[in-house]
Ligand binder design. Structure first.
Ligand SMILES: Nc1ncnc2c1ncn2[C@@H]1O[C@H](COP(=O)(O)OP(=O)(O)OP(=O)(O)O)[C@@H](O)[C@H]1O
Ligand SMILES: [Mg+2]
Length: 490
Protein backbone atom coordinates (compact mmCIF):
# COMPACT_ATOMS: atom_id res chain seq x y z
CA UNK A 1 0.00 0.00 0.00
CA UNK A 2 1.05 3.59 -0.58
CA UNK A 3 0.72 6.53 1.72
CA UNK A 4 1.24 10.20 0.89
CA UNK A 5 3.33 12.86 2.60
CA UNK A 6 2.95 16.47 1.55
CA UNK A 7 5.81 18.31 3.24
CA UNK A 8 4.68 21.87 2.55
CA UNK A 9 6.31 25.21 3.19
CA UNK A 10 3.62 26.12 5.73
CA UNK A 11 1.79 22.89 6.46
CA UNK A 12 2.53 19.18 6.38
CA UNK A 13 -0.15 16.61 5.61
CA UNK A 14 -0.37 12.83 5.48
CA UNK A 15 -2.87 10.72 3.57
CA UNK A 16 -3.79 7.08 3.04
CA UNK A 17 -5.57 5.92 -0.14
CA UNK A 18 -8.88 6.60 1.62
CA UNK A 19 -8.07 10.18 2.57
CA UNK A 20 -6.30 12.56 4.93
CA UNK A 21 -4.81 11.07 8.10
CA UNK A 22 -4.93 13.84 10.74
CA UNK A 23 -1.53 14.64 12.26
CA UNK A 24 -2.10 18.07 13.77
CA UNK A 25 -2.92 18.76 17.39
CA UNK A 26 -6.13 20.59 16.57
CA UNK A 27 -6.26 20.32 12.76
CA UNK A 28 -5.58 17.74 10.11
CA UNK A 29 -2.23 19.30 9.28
CA UNK A 30 0.88 20.01 11.27
CA UNK A 31 2.46 23.44 10.83
CA UNK A 32 5.89 23.02 9.16
CA UNK A 33 7.73 24.69 12.05
CA UNK A 34 11.01 23.61 13.61
CA UNK A 35 13.41 25.21 16.09
CA UNK A 36 15.38 24.92 19.32
CA UNK A 37 14.22 25.85 22.81
CA UNK A 38 16.44 27.29 25.59
CA UNK A 39 17.57 23.81 26.62
CA UNK A 40 18.59 22.90 23.10
CA UNK A 41 15.66 20.52 22.50
CA UNK A 42 14.34 20.39 18.96
CA UNK A 43 10.71 21.44 18.84
CA UNK A 44 8.53 20.64 15.85
CA UNK A 45 5.05 21.63 14.67
CA UNK A 46 2.66 23.25 17.17
CA UNK A 47 5.26 22.76 19.91
CA UNK A 48 7.57 25.20 18.14
CA UNK A 49 4.90 27.89 17.75
CA UNK A 50 5.92 29.97 20.75
CA UNK A 51 9.67 30.02 20.15
CA UNK A 52 11.22 33.43 19.49
CA UNK A 53 11.84 34.39 15.84
CA UNK A 54 15.57 33.69 16.42
CA UNK A 55 14.88 30.16 17.66
CA UNK A 56 12.42 29.19 14.96
CA UNK A 57 12.44 28.39 11.25
CA UNK A 58 9.04 29.01 9.69
CA UNK A 59 9.53 27.72 6.18
CA UNK A 60 12.35 25.19 6.26
CA UNK A 61 11.42 23.73 2.87
CA UNK A 62 12.28 27.06 1.25
CA UNK A 63 15.98 26.43 1.98
CA UNK A 64 16.03 23.44 -0.36
CA UNK A 65 14.36 25.56 -3.04
CA UNK A 66 17.02 28.24 -2.50
CA UNK A 67 19.86 25.68 -2.38
CA UNK A 68 20.99 26.69 1.13
CA UNK A 69 22.72 24.16 3.35
CA UNK A 70 22.76 26.05 6.66
CA UNK A 71 20.44 28.29 8.59
CA UNK A 72 21.27 30.48 11.57
CA UNK A 73 19.46 29.64 14.80
CA UNK A 74 19.70 30.80 18.40
CA UNK A 75 20.88 27.75 20.38
CA UNK A 76 21.90 27.41 24.06
CA UNK A 77 25.52 27.85 22.93
CA UNK A 78 24.71 31.04 21.03
CA UNK A 79 23.94 31.76 17.39
CA UNK A 80 24.90 28.73 15.35
CA UNK A 81 24.72 27.61 11.73
CA UNK A 82 22.52 24.53 11.75
CA UNK A 83 22.32 22.05 8.90
CA UNK A 84 18.97 22.49 7.12
CA UNK A 85 18.72 18.79 6.27
CA UNK A 86 19.11 17.82 9.95
CA UNK A 87 16.15 20.02 10.84
CA UNK A 88 14.06 18.57 8.02
CA UNK A 89 14.90 15.01 9.08
CA UNK A 90 13.95 15.95 12.65
CA UNK A 91 10.62 17.32 11.42
CA UNK A 92 9.83 14.29 9.30
CA UNK A 93 10.70 12.01 12.22
CA UNK A 94 8.00 13.77 14.25
CA UNK A 95 5.54 13.41 11.35
CA UNK A 96 6.28 9.67 11.24
CA UNK A 97 5.68 9.46 14.99
CA UNK A 98 2.28 11.08 14.52
CA UNK A 99 1.34 8.96 11.49
CA UNK A 100 2.42 5.33 11.97
CA UNK A 101 1.05 4.56 8.49
CA UNK A 102 4.21 6.18 7.11
CA UNK A 103 6.47 3.51 8.56
CA UNK A 104 4.41 0.55 7.30
CA UNK A 105 3.82 1.71 3.70
CA UNK A 106 5.57 3.02 0.64
CA UNK A 107 5.66 6.77 1.18
CA UNK A 108 4.94 8.88 -1.90
CA UNK A 109 6.19 12.41 -1.30
CA UNK A 110 5.37 15.62 -3.13
CA UNK A 111 7.96 18.12 -4.24
CA UNK A 112 7.83 21.40 -6.15
CA UNK A 113 7.86 20.92 -9.90
CA UNK A 114 10.84 23.25 -10.16
CA UNK A 115 13.18 21.08 -8.06
CA UNK A 116 16.15 19.53 -9.87
CA UNK A 117 17.78 16.18 -9.10
CA UNK A 118 20.01 17.58 -6.33
CA UNK A 119 17.07 19.18 -4.53
CA UNK A 120 14.98 16.01 -4.85
CA UNK A 121 17.80 13.86 -3.48
CA UNK A 122 18.10 16.11 -0.42
CA UNK A 123 14.47 15.53 0.53
CA UNK A 124 14.69 11.79 -0.13
CA UNK A 125 17.79 11.53 2.07
CA UNK A 126 16.21 13.50 4.90
CA UNK A 127 13.11 11.28 4.66
CA UNK A 128 15.23 8.10 4.76
CA UNK A 129 17.04 9.40 7.84
CA UNK A 130 13.62 9.89 9.42
CA UNK A 131 12.94 6.19 8.82
CA UNK A 132 10.66 6.60 5.82
CA UNK A 133 10.71 4.22 2.92
CA UNK A 134 11.24 6.59 -0.04
CA UNK A 135 13.36 6.76 -3.17
CA UNK A 136 13.65 9.30 -5.96
CA UNK A 137 10.92 7.31 -7.73
CA UNK A 138 8.52 8.04 -4.88
CA UNK A 139 8.78 11.81 -5.37
CA UNK A 140 5.90 13.27 -7.36
CA UNK A 141 5.61 16.81 -8.66
CA UNK A 142 3.08 18.52 -6.38
CA UNK A 143 0.82 19.80 -9.18
CA UNK A 144 0.72 16.29 -10.67
CA UNK A 145 -0.43 14.86 -7.34
CA UNK A 146 -3.09 17.58 -7.12
CA UNK A 147 -4.24 16.83 -10.67
CA UNK A 148 -4.53 13.15 -9.80
CA UNK A 149 -6.57 13.99 -6.69
CA UNK A 150 -9.06 15.69 -8.99
CA UNK A 151 -9.01 12.88 -11.57
CA UNK A 152 -9.57 10.25 -8.88
CA UNK A 153 -12.64 12.13 -7.67
CA UNK A 154 -13.95 12.58 -11.23
CA UNK A 155 -13.63 9.20 -12.93
CA UNK A 156 -14.85 8.74 -16.48
CA UNK A 157 -13.75 12.21 -17.49
CA UNK A 158 -12.22 10.90 -20.69
CA UNK A 159 -9.15 12.35 -22.35
CA UNK A 160 -8.58 15.86 -21.04
CA UNK A 161 -5.94 18.52 -20.90
CA UNK A 162 -5.66 19.86 -17.35
CA UNK A 163 -3.88 22.96 -16.13
CA UNK A 164 -3.08 22.67 -12.43
CA UNK A 165 -2.57 25.91 -10.52
CA UNK A 166 -1.10 25.08 -7.11
CA UNK A 167 -0.42 28.12 -4.97
CA UNK A 168 0.80 27.20 -1.51
CA UNK A 169 2.80 29.01 1.15
CA UNK A 170 6.21 29.01 -0.53
CA UNK A 171 5.79 28.19 -4.20
CA UNK A 172 3.42 28.57 -7.09
CA UNK A 173 3.50 25.43 -9.23
CA UNK A 174 1.81 25.30 -12.60
CA UNK A 175 1.57 22.10 -14.61
CA UNK A 176 -0.12 21.14 -17.84
CA UNK A 177 -1.18 17.50 -17.93
CA UNK A 178 -2.41 15.44 -20.83
CA UNK A 179 -4.72 12.73 -19.54
CA UNK A 180 -5.45 9.85 -21.90
CA UNK A 181 -7.16 6.46 -21.57
CA UNK A 182 -10.59 5.46 -20.28
CA UNK A 183 -10.50 3.17 -17.29
CA UNK A 184 -6.74 3.30 -16.82
CA UNK A 185 -5.51 6.83 -17.19
CA UNK A 186 -2.09 7.86 -18.33
CA UNK A 187 -0.96 11.25 -17.17
CA UNK A 188 1.73 12.93 -19.22
CA UNK A 189 3.29 16.10 -17.86
CA UNK A 190 3.74 18.55 -20.75
CA UNK A 191 4.92 21.43 -18.60
CA UNK A 192 5.76 21.84 -14.93
CA UNK A 193 7.02 25.24 -13.87
CA UNK A 194 7.48 26.68 -10.41
CA UNK A 195 8.37 29.97 -8.83
CA UNK A 196 9.09 30.74 -5.20
CA UNK A 197 6.41 33.39 -4.76
CA UNK A 198 3.16 32.41 -3.05
CA UNK A 199 1.40 32.78 0.31
CA UNK A 200 4.37 34.06 2.29
CA UNK A 201 4.95 36.78 -0.29
CA UNK A 202 1.33 37.91 -0.07
CA UNK A 203 1.51 37.94 3.74
CA UNK A 204 4.47 40.30 3.46
CA UNK A 205 2.63 42.56 1.04
CA UNK A 206 -0.41 42.70 3.34
CA UNK A 207 1.78 43.32 6.40
CA UNK A 208 3.38 46.24 4.57
CA UNK A 209 -0.08 47.54 3.71
CA UNK A 210 -1.15 47.23 7.36
CA UNK A 211 1.98 49.12 8.37
CA UNK A 212 0.94 51.95 6.02
CA UNK A 213 -2.53 51.82 7.56
CA UNK A 214 -1.03 52.17 11.03
CA UNK A 215 1.16 55.05 9.88
CA UNK A 216 -1.96 56.81 8.61
CA UNK A 217 -3.36 56.43 12.14
CA UNK A 218 -0.20 58.00 13.57
CA UNK A 219 1.43 54.72 14.66
CA UNK A 220 4.94 54.37 13.27
CA UNK A 221 6.05 50.76 13.69
CA UNK A 222 9.74 51.72 13.52
CA UNK A 223 9.30 53.77 16.70
CA UNK A 224 7.35 51.20 18.72
CA UNK A 225 9.23 49.82 21.76
CA UNK A 226 9.87 46.45 20.06
CA UNK A 227 9.70 47.02 16.31
CA UNK A 228 11.05 43.58 15.36
CA UNK A 229 8.46 41.79 17.45
CA UNK A 230 5.76 44.17 16.20
CA UNK A 231 6.61 43.33 12.57
CA UNK A 232 6.48 39.60 13.32
CA UNK A 233 3.01 40.18 14.86
CA UNK A 234 1.95 42.20 11.86
CA UNK A 235 2.89 39.34 9.56
CA UNK A 236 0.77 37.01 11.65
CA UNK A 237 -2.14 39.48 11.57
CA UNK A 238 -1.69 39.73 7.79
CA UNK A 239 -2.02 35.98 7.39
CA UNK A 240 -5.14 35.88 9.57
CA UNK A 241 -6.66 38.77 7.63
CA UNK A 242 -5.91 37.06 4.31
CA UNK A 243 -7.66 33.86 5.38
CA UNK A 244 -10.67 35.70 6.83
CA UNK A 245 -11.03 37.79 3.67
CA UNK A 246 -11.44 34.65 1.55
CA UNK A 247 -14.99 34.52 2.90
CA UNK A 248 -15.63 38.05 4.26
CA UNK A 249 -15.32 41.34 2.39
CA UNK A 250 -14.28 43.46 5.39
CA UNK A 251 -12.67 42.56 8.68
CA UNK A 252 -10.87 44.03 11.65
CA UNK A 253 -7.36 42.59 11.67
CA UNK A 254 -6.51 41.77 15.28
CA UNK A 255 -3.35 43.23 16.80
CA UNK A 256 -1.94 42.74 20.30
CA UNK A 257 -2.71 45.99 22.13
CA UNK A 258 0.43 45.48 24.23
CA UNK A 259 2.59 45.96 21.14
CA UNK A 260 0.59 48.45 19.09
CA UNK A 261 -1.50 50.42 21.57
CA UNK A 262 -4.61 49.51 19.54
CA UNK A 263 -6.41 46.16 19.27
CA UNK A 264 -7.33 46.04 15.58
CA UNK A 265 -7.14 47.75 12.24
CA UNK A 266 -9.78 47.53 9.49
CA UNK A 267 -8.84 45.76 6.27
CA UNK A 268 -10.90 44.88 3.20
CA UNK A 269 -10.90 42.35 0.39
CA UNK A 270 -10.59 45.21 -2.04
CA UNK A 271 -7.33 46.35 -0.43
CA UNK A 272 -6.08 42.78 -0.31
CA UNK A 273 -6.76 42.41 -4.04
CA UNK A 274 -4.79 45.57 -4.71
CA UNK A 275 -1.86 44.33 -2.59
CA UNK A 276 -2.04 41.00 -4.44
CA UNK A 277 -2.39 42.39 -7.98
CA UNK A 278 1.31 42.59 -8.96
CA UNK A 279 1.93 39.07 -7.70
CA UNK A 280 -1.05 37.77 -9.68
CA UNK A 281 0.23 39.62 -12.78
CA UNK A 282 3.42 37.58 -12.48
CA UNK A 283 1.41 34.40 -11.82
CA UNK A 284 -0.53 35.09 -15.01
CA UNK A 285 2.69 35.38 -17.05
CA UNK A 286 3.68 32.12 -15.51
CA UNK A 287 0.48 30.39 -16.57
CA UNK A 288 1.06 31.72 -20.08
CA UNK A 289 4.63 30.38 -20.03
CA UNK A 290 3.38 26.93 -18.98
CA UNK A 291 0.80 26.97 -21.80
CA UNK A 292 3.53 27.84 -24.31
CA UNK A 293 5.85 25.12 -23.06
CA UNK A 294 2.96 22.65 -23.33
CA UNK A 295 2.33 23.72 -26.92
CA UNK A 296 5.85 22.76 -28.06
CA UNK A 297 5.62 18.94 -28.44
CA UNK A 298 2.45 18.94 -30.54
CA UNK A 299 3.38 22.10 -32.41
CA UNK A 300 6.06 20.30 -34.42
CA UNK A 301 6.92 22.36 -37.42
CA UNK A 302 6.28 25.50 -35.39
CA UNK A 303 9.33 27.53 -34.43
CA UNK A 304 9.79 29.07 -31.02
CA UNK A 305 8.99 32.39 -32.63
CA UNK A 306 5.66 31.01 -33.90
CA UNK A 307 4.81 29.61 -30.45
CA UNK A 308 5.80 32.84 -28.73
CA UNK A 309 3.34 34.65 -31.00
CA UNK A 310 0.29 32.47 -30.38
CA UNK A 311 -2.18 34.63 -28.42
CA UNK A 312 -2.63 33.39 -24.85
CA UNK A 313 -6.39 33.04 -25.46
CA UNK A 314 -5.71 30.48 -28.20
CA UNK A 315 -3.35 28.50 -25.97
CA UNK A 316 -5.85 28.66 -23.12
CA UNK A 317 -8.56 27.27 -25.40
CA UNK A 318 -6.63 23.96 -25.62
CA UNK A 319 -7.20 23.38 -21.90
CA UNK A 320 -10.35 21.52 -20.81
CA UNK A 321 -10.23 22.19 -17.10
CA UNK A 322 -8.27 24.35 -14.68
CA UNK A 323 -7.70 22.58 -11.37
CA UNK A 324 -6.95 24.72 -8.32
CA UNK A 325 -4.83 23.47 -5.47
CA UNK A 326 -3.05 24.93 -2.44
CA UNK A 327 -4.34 27.05 0.42
CA UNK A 328 -3.94 30.30 -1.52
CA UNK A 329 -6.34 29.23 -4.26
CA UNK A 330 -9.18 29.82 -1.79
CA UNK A 331 -8.69 33.54 -2.33
CA UNK A 332 -11.53 34.62 -4.65
CA UNK A 333 -9.19 36.98 -6.55
CA UNK A 334 -7.17 33.94 -7.77
CA UNK A 335 -10.09 32.45 -9.71
CA UNK A 336 -11.20 35.92 -10.82
CA UNK A 337 -7.81 36.50 -12.42
CA UNK A 338 -7.64 33.03 -13.97
CA UNK A 339 -11.11 33.57 -15.41
CA UNK A 340 -9.68 36.50 -17.37
CA UNK A 341 -7.31 34.06 -19.15
CA UNK A 342 -9.65 31.09 -19.56
CA UNK A 343 -12.93 31.62 -21.43
CA UNK A 344 -16.24 30.90 -19.72
CA UNK A 345 -16.72 27.39 -21.15
CA UNK A 346 -13.49 26.15 -19.50
CA UNK A 347 -14.20 24.86 -16.04
CA UNK A 348 -12.20 26.24 -13.12
CA UNK A 349 -12.58 23.78 -10.24
CA UNK A 350 -10.97 23.02 -6.90
CA UNK A 351 -8.93 19.81 -6.91
CA UNK A 352 -10.57 18.69 -3.68
CA UNK A 353 -13.21 20.37 -1.52
CA UNK A 354 -10.39 21.70 0.68
CA UNK A 355 -7.70 22.59 -1.89
CA UNK A 356 -4.89 22.60 0.71
CA UNK A 357 -5.48 18.83 1.00
CA UNK A 358 -5.20 18.12 -2.73
CA UNK A 359 -1.51 17.21 -2.98
CA UNK A 360 -1.61 14.83 -0.02
CA UNK A 361 -4.90 13.28 -1.20
CA UNK A 362 -3.50 12.59 -4.65
CA UNK A 363 -0.15 11.15 -3.59
CA UNK A 364 -1.25 7.65 -2.43
CA UNK A 365 -3.27 7.34 -5.66
CA UNK A 366 -0.58 8.15 -8.21
CA UNK A 367 0.49 4.52 -8.63
CA UNK A 368 -2.87 3.75 -10.28
CA UNK A 369 -1.93 6.10 -13.13
CA UNK A 370 0.64 5.80 -15.83
CA UNK A 371 2.95 8.78 -15.45
CA UNK A 372 5.52 10.22 -17.79
CA UNK A 373 7.18 13.54 -17.46
CA UNK A 374 7.80 14.77 -20.97
CA UNK A 375 9.09 18.07 -19.72
CA UNK A 376 11.50 16.93 -16.98
CA UNK A 377 12.11 13.26 -17.79
CA UNK A 378 12.88 11.12 -14.75
CA UNK A 379 15.98 9.37 -16.10
CA UNK A 380 19.69 10.06 -16.41
CA UNK A 381 21.67 9.40 -19.57
CA UNK A 382 25.24 8.56 -18.64
CA UNK A 383 28.23 8.10 -20.94
CA UNK A 384 30.90 5.75 -19.64
CA UNK A 385 34.23 4.53 -21.01
CA UNK A 386 37.49 3.01 -19.87
CA UNK A 387 35.56 0.04 -18.42
CA UNK A 388 33.31 2.32 -16.40
CA UNK A 389 36.18 4.16 -14.72
CA UNK A 390 35.20 7.36 -16.54
CA UNK A 391 31.62 8.59 -16.56
CA UNK A 392 29.79 11.77 -17.57
CA UNK A 393 26.14 12.60 -16.97
CA UNK A 394 24.96 13.68 -20.42
CA UNK A 395 21.39 14.33 -19.28
CA UNK A 396 20.51 14.74 -15.62
CA UNK A 397 17.03 13.62 -14.60
CA UNK A 398 14.48 16.41 -14.00
CA UNK A 399 16.35 18.98 -16.09
CA UNK A 400 13.73 20.84 -18.18
CA UNK A 401 14.13 20.01 -21.87
CA UNK A 402 13.42 23.62 -22.71
CA UNK A 403 13.22 26.83 -20.70
CA UNK A 404 10.32 29.26 -21.20
CA UNK A 405 12.82 31.99 -22.04
CA UNK A 406 14.04 29.96 -25.04
CA UNK A 407 10.53 30.28 -26.44
CA UNK A 408 10.35 33.99 -25.68
CA UNK A 409 13.77 34.54 -27.26
CA UNK A 410 12.58 32.70 -30.36
CA UNK A 411 15.38 30.10 -30.20
CA UNK A 412 15.65 28.37 -33.55
CA UNK A 413 15.17 24.77 -32.50
CA UNK A 414 13.73 23.95 -29.09
CA UNK A 415 15.57 21.09 -27.44
CA UNK A 416 18.02 20.05 -24.75
CA UNK A 417 21.63 19.63 -25.94
CA UNK A 418 24.93 18.55 -24.37
CA UNK A 419 28.16 18.57 -26.38
CA UNK A 420 31.52 16.84 -26.09
CA UNK A 421 32.99 20.16 -25.11
CA UNK A 422 30.44 20.63 -22.25
CA UNK A 423 31.39 17.17 -21.04
CA UNK A 424 35.20 17.45 -21.63
CA UNK A 425 35.25 14.22 -23.61
CA UNK A 426 38.47 12.70 -24.90
CA UNK A 427 39.06 12.64 -28.68
CA UNK A 428 39.45 8.94 -29.15
CA UNK A 429 38.15 5.64 -27.94
CA UNK A 430 34.72 4.13 -27.55
CA UNK A 431 32.10 4.80 -24.91
CA UNK A 432 28.71 3.40 -23.94
CA UNK A 433 25.48 5.25 -23.18
CA UNK A 434 23.48 4.09 -20.17
CA UNK A 435 19.91 5.02 -19.29
CA UNK A 436 19.18 5.08 -15.57
CA UNK A 437 15.51 5.49 -14.76
CA UNK A 438 14.23 6.95 -11.48
CA UNK A 439 10.63 6.06 -12.24
CA UNK A 440 9.03 3.68 -14.74
CA UNK A 441 11.44 1.80 -17.06
CA UNK A 442 12.41 3.81 -20.15
CA UNK A 443 12.35 2.43 -23.67
CA UNK A 444 14.33 4.39 -26.22
CA UNK A 445 15.87 3.61 -29.55
CA UNK A 446 18.81 5.18 -31.33
CA UNK A 447 19.91 4.35 -34.87
CA UNK A 448 17.76 1.22 -34.76
CA UNK A 449 19.43 -0.05 -31.57
CA UNK A 450 18.72 0.45 -27.88
CA UNK A 451 19.75 3.82 -26.41
CA UNK A 452 20.78 1.93 -23.30
CA UNK A 453 24.06 0.26 -24.22
CA UNK A 454 24.56 2.31 -27.40
CA UNK A 455 28.25 2.43 -28.45
CA UNK A 456 29.62 5.90 -29.10
CA UNK A 457 32.82 7.10 -30.80
CA UNK A 458 34.21 9.58 -28.28
CA UNK A 459 34.99 13.05 -29.59
CA UNK A 460 35.23 16.48 -28.01
CA UNK A 461 34.33 18.31 -31.21
CA UNK A 462 31.98 15.80 -32.77
CA UNK A 463 29.82 14.64 -29.85
CA UNK A 464 26.38 16.14 -29.26
CA UNK A 465 23.26 14.58 -27.78
CA UNK A 466 19.90 16.33 -28.20
CA UNK A 467 16.55 15.50 -26.59
CA UNK A 468 13.37 17.00 -28.03
CA UNK A 469 10.12 17.63 -26.14
CA UNK A 470 8.31 15.27 -28.54
CA UNK A 471 10.66 12.44 -27.58
CA UNK A 472 13.01 12.58 -30.57
CA UNK A 473 16.68 11.92 -29.86
CA UNK A 474 19.62 12.97 -32.03
CA UNK A 475 23.20 11.94 -31.49
CA UNK A 476 26.31 12.84 -33.39
CA UNK A 477 29.62 11.32 -32.34
CA UNK A 478 33.09 11.12 -33.85
CA UNK A 479 31.78 8.89 -36.64
CA UNK A 480 28.16 9.49 -37.65
CA UNK A 481 24.73 10.94 -36.91
CA UNK A 482 21.94 8.83 -35.40
CA UNK A 483 18.25 9.43 -34.80
CA UNK A 484 16.00 7.85 -32.24
CA UNK A 485 12.81 8.11 -30.23
CA UNK A 486 11.65 7.69 -26.66
CA UNK A 487 8.87 5.08 -26.66
CA UNK A 488 5.35 6.15 -25.72
CA UNK A 489 6.01 9.86 -26.12
CA UNK A 490 4.18 10.88 -29.22
N1 LIG B 1 -8.75 30.11 3.48
C1 LIG B 1 -7.60 30.62 3.02
N2 LIG B 1 -7.58 31.77 2.30
C2 LIG B 1 -6.44 32.29 1.86
N3 LIG B 1 -5.23 31.76 2.08
C3 LIG B 1 -5.18 30.62 2.79
C4 LIG B 1 -6.35 29.98 3.30
N4 LIG B 1 -5.96 28.87 3.95
C5 LIG B 1 -4.63 28.80 3.85
N5 LIG B 1 -4.14 29.86 3.16
C6 LIG B 1 -2.75 30.15 2.84
O1 LIG B 1 -2.26 29.14 1.99
C7 LIG B 1 -0.87 28.94 2.22
C8 LIG B 1 -0.63 27.51 2.59
O2 LIG B 1 -1.12 26.71 1.57
P1 LIG B 1 -0.66 25.20 1.48
O3 LIG B 1 -0.94 24.51 2.77
O4 LIG B 1 -1.26 24.65 0.26
O5 LIG B 1 0.90 25.46 1.30
P2 LIG B 1 2.12 24.48 1.53
O6 LIG B 1 1.79 23.18 0.89
O7 LIG B 1 2.47 24.46 2.96
O8 LIG B 1 3.28 25.24 0.76
P3 LIG B 1 4.05 24.86 -0.59
O9 LIG B 1 3.15 23.99 -1.39
O10 LIG B 1 4.30 26.19 -1.23
O11 LIG B 1 5.29 24.21 -0.14
C9 LIG B 1 -0.48 29.87 3.36
O12 LIG B 1 0.07 31.05 2.82
C10 LIG B 1 -1.82 30.11 4.03
O13 LIG B 1 -1.83 31.34 4.72
MG1 LIG C 1 1.82 22.51 -1.10
Amino acid sequence: MNSGLDFGTSTTLVASPSGIVPIGESRAWMPSLVGYDEDGNTLVGENAQDLTPEQLIRSIKRFITEGKQFVQLDTPTGLRDVRVDDLIAEMLREVARRAPILTSTNVMMGCPAMWDGTQRRRLVQAASRAGLNTTLASLVDEPVAAGIAWLAANPGTGPVRVLVFDMGGGTLDVAVLDVTGDDHYDVAVLAALGVAEAGNALDEAIAEDLEFGLAAMGIDVAYLPRPRRARARLLYAAQEAKIALSTETEIDAKLPRRDFGIASIPYSRERLNRAFADQMDRAELFVAAALRVAAVPSGSGKSARDIARIPVEDLAADVDVVVLSGGMSQIPYVSERLREIFPAHIRIVQATSAPENAVATGLPKVSAYGRTSKYRPAFDIVLEWDEGRQTRRVYEAYTPLIEPRQILQGSADLHFIRTGRDLSLPDSGKGTLRVISHALPVQASLGGADLDGFRVALSQQGFALSLYPDGRIRLTDGAAEYHGQLAGWS
